[in-house]
Design a protein around this ligand. Structure first.
Ligand code: G1P
Length: 283
């Protein structure tokens, strides 16, 4: 399996309230909502691990301690089920815990995705890194041996050595839920980004190519984020920082292979649950 040698670190912004899932998210982080029997955030971390990334950074806010507990030992439980048939349910999380290191950083104020990423700068330093938005759940491609979306991006990074974002065509009426790009197709499914707009109305959208929550970013993005004024919703947007970076240097957008579920919406969450039940859990 080809994985990136160079990208070791992956950030998981996880400070949002998850208001669309209230009351479930009143006392529980939305990232811990399970798709079948596994929390959303664990799917994201497993995808990062598959892409060769073992330094995992969570950008959390208040009320998110369950995420830290999930990636830690639970001696009492482990003692209880040791040697029983139930122990196998811990196989995946044990693999993740044995292979990855976890860092938690607190975003004290919700000032946007760009600000959340900037909060991770002390952990990233000056190397390229990945960002995963766990709400977007990316399944393994079923018709090829490709890695999941982040692994596909990491492989392209090896070739192009620039910031790379995942995109997908969406119905034009949905552009207001996404960052939207335009650019020239330089190779099948790979676009050189010339413009990016955060959540445009359909009539203002340059295309229907939407940004999905998988990014490989080069470290100069931090300087761009520092110089990015608040944009859509009064928040610092990674989309705006990337637009400026694309004008100064190269940013690529890639149509990745494999199905993606918007688990930030109830409808996408239910679709993902059915998909994983049928394709992974029951097998
Ligand atoms: C964020 C980004 C947006 C991107 C989306 C993908 O928005 O700001 O550009 O298209 O993730 O899921 P959010 O869904 O967090 O509002």
């Amino acid at each position: 399996m080809a994985t990136s040698e160079r990208i070791r670190k992956c950030l998981f912004p996880a400070a949002g309230y998850g208001t669309r899932f209230l009351p479930a998210t009143k006392a529980m982080p939305k990232e811990m909502l399970p798709i079948v029997n596994k929390p959303l955030i664990q799917y994201g971390v497993e995808e990062a691990l598959e892409a060769g990334m073992t330094q995992i950074g969570f950008i959390v806010g208040r009320g998110k301690r369950a995420i830290a507990d999930h990636f830690d030992n639970n001696y009492e439980l482990e003692h209880q089920i040791a040697g029983t048939s139930k122990e196998k349910y811990l196989d995946d999380i044990r693999t993740v815990m044995d292979t990855c290191d976890f860092v938690f950083m607190r975003q004290r104020e919700m000032l946007g995705l760009g600000h959340a990423i900037l909060t991770g700068e002390p952990m990233i330093g000056s190397e390229p890194f990945a960002v995963v938005l766990a709400d977007d759940l990316c399944a393994k491609p079923t018709d090829s041996n490709d890695l999941r979306a982040l692994g596909q991006l990491a492989e392209l990074y090896d070739r192009y050595q620039c910031s790379i974002i995942a995109i997908e065509e969406v119905p034009i009426e949905d552009t207001e839920s996404y960052g939207v790009i335009s650019g020239e197709e330089i190779s099948p499914g790979i676009y050189q980004v010339s413009d990016m707009v955060e959540k445009p109305k359909p009539e203002d959208a340059p295309t229907n190519m939407a940004v999905i929550g998988r990014y490989i970013l080069t470290p100069e993005i931090f300087e761009y984020l520092r110089n990015t004024p608040p944009g859509r919703n009064g928040e610092v947007q990674i989309t705006d920082a990337l637009r400026t970076l694309a004008q100064d240097r190269q940013v690529l957008a890639v149509k990745f292979k494999g199905e993606r579920f918007d688990c930030g919406s109830v409808e996408g969450f239910v679709k993902a649950t059915n998909y994983y039940f049928e394709n992974e859990y029951s097998k």
